[in-house]
Design a protein around this ligand. Structure first.
Ligand SMILES: NC(=O)c1ccc[n+]([C@@H]2O[C@H](COP(=O)([O-])OP(=O)(O)OC[C@H]3O[C@@H](n4cnc5c(N)ncnc54)[C@H](OP(=O)(O)O)[C@@H]3O)[C@@H](O)[C@H]2O)c1
Length: 291
């Protein structure tokens, strides 16, 4: 399997989850086989020379606020880059797994979004990823599109919410503020890769939601981390997202439900609290203890 964007958060679990598979790990960042998705010739050439059975396409412009401010960067990476990968897979007869996002939805639905809901992205990042989805669907019948929720993971590379809050709590910051008016479905990157691995074996090509079970706010996640760390004395204050103004608009809800997997009888993903506990206890705390 050839992987794009292997140097990112999700990519950090590839060696563990696909330990028995021959992998070609590519990225624009150092330490990997160099590949810039925006270069159609380079993408075609590497997929031709490696001749993989499948391509796992993780590479993306994931900075939501930068995407909003630099739409051409977002479209070139997430839409044109995905077209480059899809065309190379078509030419080489490789299956493609494209990892997309719950940010394709507008965020106004009270219940979690399912695969049968219509996308209508609230921001440029979501729009560029959704266009990537449409390109994959129109070019490649042997493709899987997998939409993830709020990604958790990365260990030492974790600069996202869970990493930040865990650091603050371990450092004794009190009180901590966390937004309580936006909803999402946490997705442990390791569980996502395990789910993708299982899906690859089915041949059930198509569109899937793949998040840990349940939905919550960042406030709920912060409270759960406090409980996992056994730091009852720290108070977590629920605040409005207006307290943290950001360039890109976000919908009220990016919560998703893995309905297609349920209907097909595929193994369900574990609840988000269980996944969070494993991540914080087994990965983050040992790393942060050694700071
Ligand atoms: N993170 C989330 O919350 C989240 C949620 C749902 C879905 N997803 C999707 O899941 C996938 C993996 O996300 P992730 O969290 O692992 O993201 P990530 O940590 O940002 O990793 C993406 C990797 O792609 C690289 N990349 C950027 N531009 C590239 C280019 N032109 N050519 C080749 N590589 C390039 C990035 O390099 P740089 O670091 O140098 O940019 C980075 O190493 C993405 O498709 C993303 O859209 C992410």
């Amino acid at each position: 399997m050839l992987v794009t964007g292997a140097g990112g958060m999700v990519g950090s679990y590839l060696p563990e989850v696909f330990s028995d598979m021959e992998l070609t790990l590519t990225d624009i960042v150092g330490g990997f086989t160099p590949l810039d998705l925006r270069d159609p010739r380079a993408v075609m050439e590497i997929i031709r020379s490696v001749d993989p059975e499948a391509v796992l396409h993780l590479g993306a412009a994931t900075d939501v606020d930068r995407c909003q401010q630099e739409p051409e960067w977002a479209y070139q990476t997430n839409a044109v880059g995905t077209q480059n990968v899809a065309l190379a897979c078509l030419a080489q007869g490789a299956a493609l797994v494209y990892v997309s996002t719950a940010a394709v939805f507008p965020g106004d639905k009270p219940e979690p979004y399912i695969e049968f809901d219509d996308p209508r992205p609230a921001n440029l990042y979501g729009r560029s990823k959704w266009i990537g989805e449409q390109i994959v669907t129109s070019l490649l019948p042997r493709s899987y599109i997998v939409r993830a929720g709020w990604m958790i993971g990365g260990g030492s590379k974790d600069k996202k919410f869970v990493g930040k809050i865990t650091r603050l709590i371990l450092d004794g910051k009190n009180p901590i503020q966390a937004v309580n008016d936006k909803w999402g479905s946490p997705t442990y990157a390791k569980d996502l890769l395990k789910g993708i691995r299982a899906l690859l074996g089915t041949g059930y090509y198509g569109l899937y939601h793949m998040a840990n079970q349940g939905s919550c706010t960042r406030y709920d996640i912060a409270c759960a981390i406090r409980e996992i760390l056994g730091r009852k004395e720290i108070s977590v204050a629920p605040v409005s997202s207006d307290c943290f103004p950001l360039p890109a608009p976000r919908g009220r809800s990016e919560a998703i439900r893995n309905l297609k997997a349920e209907l097909l009888g595929l193994e369900p993903m574990r609840p988000w609290r269980e996944a969070l506990r494993e991540y914080v206890q087994a990965e983050l705390v040992p790393i942060l203890a050694g700071r």
